[in-house]
Design a binder for this molecule. Structure first.
Ligand SMILES: Cc1ncc(C[n+]2csc(CCOP(=O)(O)OP(=O)(O)O)c2C)c(N)n1
Ligand SMILES: [Mg+2]
Length: 274
């Protein structure tokens, strides 16, 4: 899973460098979680993306698309070369995830708050039909400012959607400031628990901690929410330290720092130190 996370981070950075701008911060903070989900837990078949028995993944914070595309390409859903088409005219990889364009993308997202609602609907259908499919969904901490998210949590708890895990990417920042200063967050685990959900906080930079958290939630057989303690721009120190790192058009200095991380990741992966 650690190696897979490095591969996903590398390909995500290459996509964004090739485009020249993009959502660096929120793509990088979900890399480890994607590596654990697609590397270990999800039942998926890249040869048959719409397989009836598949697990579903919904990136409610759809602007993290570049990280999902890197993950799907590495799993073999489409050729790696397609990653160079990110957000270009006529692309199958728009900046926000779109289920009508990209093999392996299960829901069109980008309008914050709506993806989690769709994900609860998918989980509700499969639970009602007594089907084994599970649903994994990532929402942003800023996205939680959308009231619609809280309707989804209530719906999840009321309908006992034990086939669903929601991850909150608690990277502490949103588009134009820290999440705390835009709208005070209080304690997410306490809030989710009060909603009747099983909830834990894990280190979202650590694939083993994320894996353990998922195992713990699956063992509960209850609707669950994992709060991911992450850093916006995770894994690229220069981007992590930028005050505004939501959508970045790298300066020459920024680009040099990102290219340095690309080289380091390539070397680690080539030398088998991953
Ligand atoms: C309904 C809606 N309002 C506003 C936006 C514009 N927008 C895109 S990303 C973003 C910030 C999201 O912050 P967060 O959920 O914390 O994402 P992350 O930090 O993971 O990038 C905003 C306001 C949007 N996409 N949808
Ligand atoms: Mg955020």
């Amino acid at each position: 899973m650690e190696k897979f996370a490095k591969q996903i981070r590398l390909e995500t950075l290459k996509e964004l460098l090739n485009l020249g701008f993009g959502h660096y911060g929120g793509s990088l903070s979900i890399v480890e979680t994607l590596a654990v989900l697609y590397g270990k837990h999800m039942n998926i078949d890249p040869e048959n993306p719409k397989a009836r028995d598949r697990d579903f993944f919904v990136l409610s914070k759809g602007h993290g698309g570049p990280a999902v595309y890197a993950t799907l390409a590495l799993k073999g859903f489409f050729p790696m070369e397609m990653l160079n088409t990110l957000n270009q005219n006529g692309t199958h990889l728009p900046s926000h995830t779109d289920c009508n364009l990209t093999p392996g993308v299960d829901m069109t997202t980008g309008s914050l708050g709506q993806g989690i609602s769709a994900a609860t609907g998918i989980a509700y259908y499969h639970k009602a039909k007594k089907l084994p499919n599970r649903v994994f969904c990532i929402v942003g901490d800023g996205e939680l400012n959308e009231g619609q998210c809280w309707e989804s949590f209530q719906f999840m708890a009321h309908n006992d959607l034990s086939n669903m895990i929601v991850f909150v990417d608690d990277n502490k920042k949103q588009l134009d400031g820290t999440t705390e200063e835009v709208c005070k967050t209080f304690d997410y685990v306490e809030k989710m628990t009060a909603f009747g959900l099983y909830s834990i906080r894990v280190d979202g930079r650590d694939v083993n901690a994320i894996d353990k958290g998922i195992e713990e939630c699956l063992a509960q057989n209850r609707p669950s929410v994992i709060i991911l303690d992450t850093v916006k721009g995770q894994g690229v120190p220069h981007i992590e330290q930028m005050k505004a790192n939501h959508h970045v058009r790298p300066s020459a200095e920024d680009e040099a720092a990102v290219r340095q991380v690309v080289r380091e990741l390539e070397e680690e992966l080539e030398n088998g130190n991953a």
